[in-house]
Design a protein around this ligand. Structure first.
Ligand code: PGA
Length: 254
């Protein structure tokens, strides 16, 4: 993982009320390794963000949202702006998760606005990309990743490209227990890094590329040891504080 600092983010999806989130954070803080060489983030539902931020304050635990609207304000019923997130103590935001793309019509066009809007507002974006099983079988993985990465980063100023974390999440590995092989993960993640490097060599060296899709305490160490993998986006296994702490610990192993 070179000298890039690992980022381990737990994506709770639509799980946990604010009260459940508070209890979780207390357990997680007790279980997390007392090392400072990994960034740990919880991507909580909107309604739990404030509770997580308050419980995490001063403990080096960051709170991320799972989505954000690209506009600063306006007639967008049901949407949430960057300023609303910042007011709650949110540090970053997951953008373009495949569940948002599949179930809620999130498009690469919208992401081309959302990623720079998050950065401009002071939120650290995690842009999610990944191929379906059909695309992999058809040999279309690189074409899909190239399209998603290039469009998602299109309006990000070159000088800030390295601040966008990119999560490679093969859709066939999300929530299925079918984790990508180390070879598949390394190949896709290094391809993504090369795409960023083609736009800015400096950004290619510092950009953090995460792996996501059925990461568990059992397989985390092998995935996190891959040369281009700089962390993990963890769904199911992040719902239990003990499991998530174990994955964070795997990322901090020298
Ligand atoms: P999973 O989800 O770890 O449950 O596969 C990953 C994700 O959706 O980010």
């Amino acid at each position: 993982m070179a000298d890039r600092r690992a980022l381990v983010a737990g994506n709770w999806k639509m799980h946990k009320t604010a009260a459940e989130a508070r209890a979780y954070v207390a357990e997680l803080l007790a279980a997390l390794p007392a090392r400072a060489d990994v960034d740990v983030a919880l991507c909580a539902p909107f309604t739990a963000l404030g509770a997580v931020a308050q419980a995490a304050v001063g403990h080096g635990l960051a709170v991320y949202a799972q989505n954000m609207h690209e506009q600063a304000a306006g007639a967008f019923t049901g949407e949430i702006s960057a300023a609303m997130l910042l007011e709650l103590g949110v540090a970053g935001v997951v953008l373009g998760h495949s569940e948002r793309r599949t179930h809620f019509g999130e498009t690469d066009r919208a992401l081309a606005q959302k990623v720079p809007a998050a950065l401009a507002a002071g939120l650290a974006p995690i842009l999610c990309v990944g191929e379906t099983e059909e695309e992999r079988i058809a040999g279309d993985t690189e074409r899909k990743l190239r399209h998603q990465v290039q469009e998602g980063l299109e309006h990000v100023p070159r000088s800030r490209l390295g601040e966008v974390a990119i999560a490679y999440e093969p859709i066939w590995a999300i929530g299925t227990g079918r984790v990508a092989s180390p070879e598949q993960a390394q190949e896709a993640v290094s391809f993504i890094r090369a795409l960023v490097a083609a736009a800015s060599a400096a950004a290619g060296r510092v950009v953090r590329v995460l792996y996501g899709g059925s990461v568990t305490p059992e397989n985390a160490a092998e995935l996190l040891a891959l040369p281009d993998v700089d962390g993990a986006l963890v769904g199911g296994a992040s719902l239990d504080p003990g499991s998530f702490a174990a994955i964070a610990a795997a990322a901090s192993t020298p």
